[in-house]
Design a protein. Structure first.
Length: 419
């Protein structure tokens, strides 16, 4: 049964922030544990009015609560919107720390809170997608049944701490400042136990295994933290902590989660990709047959809208993405191999767009690469031919030597005889 925060504070659903704060002040003063010592029912009511005030006083939380109820806030707990704080901190923020000090002569001890506990729950993907109610098992501290949480042996009772006068706090001065600290004698409880309970050794609590049910909302993600309020460690003369459940989604053999979408890689044969056909695929609701269009390429994606994961934060569902990949057989029969060779011969006279594009790019790359190499070699040769001195005078000198040599050869007797 869902909690009605408006009923807890005894206000209308149209109440203003001022009316909400006024109703909380009245209820908090009525049920505060320092006004109701030894009354666990008052502690629970004090926590309930603090929770109601935290939600209704926050416009965003109030809007979620008005629309979805308390379960909507719990689903938002993964982002912090449904996480309620310490009820005594809420009280202090509104009233101040010293209000009960003025009522009870100062130094009123604070009600203690039990520690939080944590447990882990594993779910499969189908449970996470549809939502499920599961049992959780964990260990926590509970009030000792032998002593009723007093910590004193049967037939005895705790005594008021003389060091702090039962307030649980003492004053400590530091120069001009005075502060209150927990009593070092009674550890802030205001009581001492002369004869401890043999069952709990004076602690007032014992460790026990507990089992609780928890509702997992649909679309939950791995790593989500859910909070069960008041199911943590119990505390004598105080209020219990909370239980935090950390969810883990086990890997699925077919599906990979990508936010709200589910991705499934499905193998197809070359003939199916080229000619088209039907294949059987897994879904969250079982198997299903879908059509593969002719000319399907490797890593093409077929989208099935609204067949993915829901989200607990809004009314939306992701898609199922079927990513196909062409599977090449490692072993072939002679008949299959001969057919492929015939197809390969036909492919030799056929220009495919992707193949042509790749071939053109490869040809241009090789041409540019070797052209750059040739240019580098030509520049190296030209650099090697140039001497250190003036290149023009050196050229003229060699030309003069060749002209003198030719003139001598013309005057030689041997040349004349030949003529």
């Amino acid at each position: 049964m869902d909690i009605d925060y408006y009923e807890i504070l005894e206000i209308e659903r149209t109440a203003t922030k001022e009316q909400i704060a006024s109703a909380y002040r009245k209820a908090a003063m009525k049920y505060h544990p320092d006004r109701n010592p030894g009354n666990p029912e008052a502690v629970e009511k004090f926590k309930a009015v603090a929770e109601a005030f935290e939600v209704l006083n926050d416009p965003e939380k109030r809007q979620i609560y008005d629309r979805y109820g308390r379960e909507g806030l719990n689903n938002q707990a993964m982002g912090g919107a449904g996480d309620y704080g310490n009820p005594f901190s809420t009280f202090s923020d509104l009233f101040g720390d010293s209000i009960f000090g003025s009522f009870f002569g100062g130094g009123a001890r604070q009600v203690r809170q039990g520690g939080d506990v944590r447990t882990t729950l594993s779910l499969d993907l189908h449970e996470a997608a549809k939502g499920v109610t599961r049992e959780i098992h964990y260990r926590r501290q509970e009030i000792c049944e032998k002593c009723g949480g007093s910590g004193a042996a049967p037939g005895t009772k705790p005594e008021t701490c003389r060091f702090c006068g039962g307030h649980g706090q003492v004053q400590k001065s530091a120069g001009i400042f005075t502060m209150r600290i927990p009593c070092p004698k009674c550890q802030g409880t205001g009581k001492v136990i002369p004869t401890p309970c043999p069952h709990c050794h004076g602690k007032g609590v014992v460790s026990r295994d507990v089992t609780r049910e928890i509702r997992i909302p649909a679309g939950i993600e791995s790593g989500t933290k859910l909070r069960i309020q008041g199911e943590g460690n119990q505390m004598p003369d105080g209020y219990p902590g909370d239980c935090y459940v950390f969810l883990q989604i086990k890997p699925h053999p077919f599906f990979h989660r990508d936010g709200m979408n589910l991705v499934c890689r499905v193998p197809i044969r070359y003939a199916q990709a080229a000619l088209g056909g039907e294949i059987e695929i897994p879904t969250l609701d079982g198997t299903e047959r879908i059509k593969i269009p002719a000319g399907t390429q490797n890593d093409d994606v077929i989208k099935l809208r609204g067949r993915g994961m829901p989200t607990p934060r809004r009314n939306a569902v992701g898609d199922l993405l079927i990513q196909v990949f062409i599977e090449v057989p490692r072993k072939m029969t002679p008949e299959y191999e001969n057919l492929l060779r015939k197809i390969a011969e036909i492919d030799g006279d056929t220009v495919f767009p992707q193949r042509n594009g790749f071939g053109s790019k490869l040809k241009n790359f090789i041409s540019d690469f070797f052209s750059a190499k040739e240019k580098d070699k030509e520049m190296e040769k030209q650099s090697a031919k140039k001497p250190d001195g003036d290149s023009s005078s050196g050229t003229d000198g060699k030309a003069g030597e060749r002209a003198s040599k030719d003139h001598k050869e013309k005057k030689s007797p041997k040349n004349k005889a030949k003529k």
